[in-house]
Design a protein around this ligand. Sequence first.
Ligand code: IVH
Length: 681
Amino acid sequence: MPSKRSIEKEIESLRNEIRHHNYRYYVLNDPLVSDAEYDRLFRRLLDLEKDHPEFITTDSPTQKVGAAPQKDFKAITRETPMLSLENAMDQDEFAEWRERLIREIGEAGGVDYVCEPKVDGVAVELVFRDGVLTQGATRGDGINGEDITENIKTVRPIPLRLRGKNPPRYLSVRGEVFMDKADFERLNKQQMKTGEKVYANPRNLTAGSLKQLDPKITASRPLKFVVYGIGEVRGAGGSRSARARPGTPFSSQWEFLETVREWGLPISSYSKRCVQYKEVIAYYDDLLKKRDRLPYEIDGVVIKLNDFDSQKEAGSRARSPRWAVAWKFPPHEERTRIIGIDVQVGRTGALTPVARLEPVPVGGVTVSNATLHNEDEINKKGVLVGDWVFVRRAGDVIPEVVAPIPELRSGEERAFNMPKKCPVCGTPVVREEGEAVTRCPNLECDAQVRERIRHFASREAMDIEGLGEKLVAQLVDAGLVKNPADLYDLTVGELAPLERMAEKSAENIINAIEKSKSTTLPRLIFALGIRNVGVTVAEILAECYPTVEAVRDAPEEEIAELYGVGPVIAKEVSRFFSEKRNRTMLGRLVAAGVHYVTASGVESEQLAGEVFVFTGGLTRMSRERAESEVKKRGARTSSSVSNKTTIVVAGVKAGSKLAKAEKLGIRIIGEDEFLTLIGAS
Ligand code: IVH
């Protein structure tokens, strides 16, 4: 039986170890151990604390699970108000802000900035006394906020105790609690399923999570946190810097951020010290470009004077400081009107209602069409022709209509009805039981023919340069091409007389078509346009079968068994090849000389037989690029770890996949080793 003393010691050392791992994970983004190892330590601590509750302390890492439900939130009042920020809507307004500042405090004070992402979450203030988290509060009106300490304690990246031997006697910091976009989507879906409240965006879900009277609910939400500002510091064991602001040991925002990070509080990894105007502009441009790829939503950049003396000189207005500004990004959502709703017919005959809009810039791109997906979506959203609506554009995704603004209706708006006949060929449309999609069943429908050819020629398929939407439409309208195989019968003589064509351009197209005959098996499979067979599935099929004919002749059940395929896709594949016209087309393609270079369509066999899984973030290469690099070398990739996986590349914040790989004894390599492997380091 171990002595009480030794148990207490083990508990304390486990806590320190776990705290250190939390710091590596949440603050440095550089975990030292796998999730499995971490869980083991955590469980050991939980067990010990359960058997010896007398040793439980409020700052133990186990105390993040949430206390008992509360009746209400107490009000708090703060002495130093939590200020808001002045907005700059474009570069001119940012330049004005800066010029004003320089007029007031001189050039010397206005050249050293800290730029930070403006994280779209909920502002909170945290108080640490003697290094222990004692209070968390909302901003409220700046002075009066709500005490949400018990909820704040459950936020994973917020430490219950600061690092280091000599924490300040009193520290208050301000920061943003937020949620990753992926977590938001997942949680919202779950809420929808269970019939609970659905939130409009990650910020609302974050706010809703922090306002729970039961901290256990907050604990179940994957909230994140970054510090961006100083509240007050007292008794910090002497100034770090000779020019420190009275009452703080820091002389600048940058020094503050670096120090709180050492104390174990997360700061944004995108924060940057920028000297001079030009660097700030470059920072803004860069972050705007990265915006959609960031895991969480940001709505702009916050630019702050770095030097605390200069901040003091610039001073503050009632609600916002003069030494900082929020330079906002163009919004992703804008208001505009639906002029009409068109119906487009796709490659598979699906009818998609598309809103024709009064053109509006959304996040820097002019949008004049937005998808409404299908009939059910329109009804669910309650969109009418003529409505004012919100339009959203997210990343490279097609713009979509979010919701109508019924308050702005004039009474002239009309309901939309899905046409009974295909708007292109006039064939009566069908909507199968249980399906949201309405389709034109006529395989010869011009729209379908056009889309099939466009798909066939597209970059990821046969990659026929110059054969774009307009030319395809011309070819189909002129009756020259009815199916992809017809492309290989085209002659310069047939192309040259077409509008906007000449002898030379016709020759170029014919050459491009000729060139496309030499392709890869996955491209060819993808190009055929089988429903549900995208690039990835095409690659899997190409790996499992040596030829396109082998795919054609494979039994449906066999395809369904393939890793990453499944019965739905298998059914589509076999249905496609069961149609005589498709088999004939394939025969004609091969007869025309379409061939693939190697069975697997790769450039080298260096990594043949390997199955890669990527987990966590790569810092020097995008995930897509890394995947394509290994595929080029003959390897396969998969999104989940199984006993077929041969190599796991573990990047920053690798999670459960890494743990699983360890359990299965799969080879694990880091980013550096990966880059060396593919010769890119
Ligand atoms: S500084 C005195 N920095 O934006 C300075 N705010 O519109 C006050 N925010 O309430 C705030 N990221 O919730 C600052 N890097 C950042 C920020 C940030 C997000 C939020 C914060 C604040 C609001 C002001």
